[in-house]
Design a protein around this ligand. Sequence first.
Ligand SMILES: [Zn+2]
Length: 461
Amino acid sequence: METLLLKNIQTIYTFNNQDQIHEKADILMEDGVIKFIGKEYHPKEGSLPVQEVDCTGLVALPGFVNTHHHLYQTLFRGIKEVQEKPLFPWLRGLYQFWKYLTPEAVYYGALVGFSELLRTGCTYTADHHYVFPEGQPETLIDTQIQAAKEIGIRFHATRGSMSLGVDQGGLPPMSVVQKETKILEDSERLIHAYHDSSRYAMTQIALAPCSPFSVTTDLMKETAALARANGVLMHTHLAETMDEERFCLETYGKRPFELMESVNWIGNDVWFAHGIYLSEDELNRFSGCGIAHCPSSNMKLNSGICKTSELYRKGIKLGLAVDGSASNDGSNMMEEVRRMYLLNHLKYGTQGLTAYESLRVATRGGAQVLGRNDTGYLDVDMAADLILFDLNDIAYAGCHDPLVSLVCLGNHSYTKMTIVNGKIVSKDGKLTTIDVAEIGKKAHACAVNLVETARKTFQPV
Ligand SMILES: [Zn+2]
């Protein structure tokens, strides 16, 4: 049995059903599950010795949950040809780079993204991988799952897809779209190979056609049927920009959300990335769908501002996300929490979310969006996914609320410790599971090679 005892934590914010806050308390974990939270844990007589960590002066929270990413994009940051463009031209430019994606690039891209996430407090992440270039093996998601296991992050992979190429009126070039039969076959293969529906699962699969402008309505309907037959979640980009809304109205005569209603994409098992352009009436028909809010990406691509306060007050499932690293450009969850808070206050002023509510979205909210009731808050019998911060640095002196320190002061992004499944995966910004310096070098070399190849044939957008 693997045990870990965190002793004498200054403050534990549980975000549990009672919103409990413990002062000077201990947390005991056994085999990846929390077994005790409270004052002075004393081992039972005859029990095995436990690994003990002194946490005097530290603040503990549930680990952050990242509900939307494109990990492969970590290798395509700072591409000058697209850097300041809005979504559609940005995509048209980047497709020309992404078509050179290899399994090696997906592997290193995932490790780079996971490293940033873990060091900045994310213990559970989703990814949306939808680029499967012609001529490359189809095992790109398998590669990501291998990387997640090696680094030790809880992972919700999605089998993304693009089937509506430029020749059929879609946005992506034909070199990155796939046949729908192939997409559905591979989706089924991945579910059977990797989806773990048990409590405390480290790996799950969802199905994720990319967006209304890159897949057909037939694929949306068939994906929904396949997902529901296998009990897995469904995910897509929706209502991200006005360009997308115009595309949907011109192509289908429907607004993006109406399009989802017409292809059976509404329900408890669906989450959308962005959800900016949704009307009041559409929010009232949301029926259990969740939203992955991506503040940095929305600001960088000039997409718009998500209605976060309305979603939160209406009880719609709302999680936070860094989005792909080409539009953020980082995978820093601490920064993302701060940006969510600031962007929310730009829109809502005094009706904005508090620091506590913002952290609730980033933890428990995200877990709900990803369909999990075993992580996202701290309690006995919950997964041992938690993060600890040291707020004794001079940067925090004079702040009277630890949560405001974490959300609003924007000083330290790295956790003191990130614990996933009962194991310390990151300590003082250093990962315990992989050699980040070595991975960083290999990832950058791989990225330079891909981008140089793509630049030889790049057509300006
Ligand atoms: Zn995205």
